[in-house]
Design a protein around this ligand. Structure first.
Ligand SMILES: [Zn+2]
Length: 490
């Protein structure tokens, strides 16, 4: 790649970005105790001596958390370490009663892997350095409008299982970081180990960011950005920090290594107090847990259980259903959407038509909140019935849309949809008679049409649709109308 083609250069500088993503695993219980792993419970109701770090309480590793971590490692083509070690990461924080997190340090469970994103129409592969397991801390709450002058602590999240996915510094723009994060979320959801919900904190992201003069190989000094609570927030925070670093350097200053907190309200990144920043975690091997061994046979079992992943599924949709790559990309965004599409496509045996209706009507209702592909209240079979009727030209497309609306929005059962009373009129003789009526009661417009006002065809179609309450076959109406009008020329 020649430097002049590099679109990521801003004012002569190239951003370098790495992300650390924390994903909370959807296991039934916490990572080192039997407490329920659940979001939204009454504060401090899901705790026990282990996750509260009481003296003498011993952690027991939850193998479901290990399995979920392995699923993600395999899904991105990483390597699962057969023997990994848990380590204590010591620091003080009010919502961390143990005084340390149990994490993995020099021997994490997963290493390597690749996330493929599409950037500017081409594919780019971004490296993953490692994936490790750890337990989560609790939460400090500062309810808005509470007027509290103190922090409230909820320890329900203490001990929730996390994987931390650390990327290589491979991203060169906030857009690439956004695409990487979206892909991570998509894969986590596909393999079913994390909800990916950033607003609820199930997916969290910190960023390392630096800039370097165009053409320079050596990385600049990096800062760390924390506290971003949405995908758009990550992009905004990175844009802010890139601009700040470039301006600082251009003003003759230098970048100091520090941790910044993104303030979404003010749209600025603010430096943490230096005390909070002292990252001396004094890691040492966790004495209460033995090394984690993953057997070859278990690894194979988990590998076998992996579902088809988004990129593979998208490629298969193009091949199997003959739909455009764009459609396949949209339809595989979530596995529930992909499942729904596939059920409809198989039922009506027409990929493109299924794609049009699922991406059109159904996705529109999904965006409006009236439909959820993850928990569909209308079965793909019912939607397929409507599409089949349209395909067989038994009902018009506009009635088909009406029928979908009745099923989805009005929640009518399929048995109440009046297909019979809305049969499309595609009988040539019947339509010809109706057309004659319309033409003879609009002679003026017929004359204007024949004099060259051909746009009036729309008027005649409209009249006919009115007569038939939208049930006339539009293609046939168009054809017959033109014929009838032309025959009046002589
Ligand atoms: Zn517990």
């Amino acid at each position: 790649m020649s430097q002049t083609e590099n679109k990521n250069i801003i004012d002569g500088f190239e951003p370098v970005i790495g992300l650390e993503v924390h994903a909370q695993l959807v296991t039934k219980t916490k990572i080192f105790c039997a407490c329920e792993n659940k979001y939204g419970a009454e504060p401090n109701t899901l705790t026990c001596p282990v996750c509260l770090g009481l003296p003498g309480a011993l952690p027991v590793l939850n193998m479901q958390a290990v399995e979920y971590a392995i699923k993600m490692i395999l899904a991105i083509g990483g390597e699962v370490r057969q023997r990994s070690i848990f380590a204590r990461k010591n620091y003080f924080y009010p919502d961390l009663p143990k005084g340390y997190q149990i994490s993995q340090f020099d021997l994490p469970i997963g290493e390597g892997g690749v996330i493929t994103i599409s950037a500017d129409g081409s594919e780019k592969q971004l490296g993953v350095t490692r994936i490790h397991l750890e337990d989560d801390a609790g939460k400090s709450l500062h309810p808005e409008g509470s007027g509290d002058t103190y922090s409230r602590i909820d320890l329900n999240r203490c001990g929730a299982p996390l994987i931390e996915i650390v990327s290589e510094p491979d991203m060169r723009s906030p857009q690439e970081a956004y695409a990487y994060l979206s892909k991570i979320k998509q894969i986590l959801q596909y393999v079913g180990v994390c909800t990916g919900d950033m607003e609820k904190g199930h997916l969290r992201c910190d960023a390392n960011i630096s800039v370097r003069p165009e053409g320079q190989e050596k990385f600049g000094t990096k800062t760390e950005l924390k506290n971003m609570n949405s995908f758009k927030g990550v992009e905004r925070a990175l844009n802010f920090e890139i601009a700040r670093q470039i301006q600082t350097i251009k003003d003759g200053g230098s970048i100091s290594q520090q941790t910044l907190l993104w303030n979404e309200k003010k749209q600025v990144a603010e430096a943490m107090r230096s005390k909070e920043e002292a990252n001396d975690y004094r890691y040492f091997p966790e004495p209460d847990l033995t090394p984690l061994h993953v057997s070859e046979s278990w690894l194979e079992e988990i590998r076998e259980s992996l579902p088809e992943l988004p990129d593979a599924r998208s490629a298969r949709f193009v091949k199997e259903y003959g739909i455009p790559e764009y459609d396949a990309g949209v339809l595989t965004d979530t596995h529930t959407l992909a499942d729904y599409f596939e059920a409809v496509a198989k039922k009506i045996n027409d990929g493109k038509l299924a794609s049009n209706w699922v991406m059109g009507e159904l996705s529109r209702y999904a965006n409006e909140g009236a439909f959820d592909f993850a928990e569909p209240h209308v079965a793909p079979e019912d939607i397929s019935r409507v599409i089949s009727e349209v395909k067989a030209l038994k009902i018009s497309a506009s009635f088909g849309k009406q029928a979908v609306k009745e099923l989805v929005v009005e929640k009518k059962p399929l048995s109440e949809i009046d297909f019979g009373g809305n049969q499309m009129i595609s009988d040539t003789g019947e339509l010809e008679a109706l057309i004659e009526n319309v033409l003879s009661s609009n002679e003026e417009n017929v004359v204007r049409y024949l004099a060259g006002a051909e746009k009036l065809i729309g008027f005649f179609v409209g009249q006919l649709m009115k007569e038939t309450k939208g049930k006339a076959d539009p293609a046939l109406v168009n054809k017959l109308l033109k014929e009838k009008l032309e025959s009046r020329r002589s």
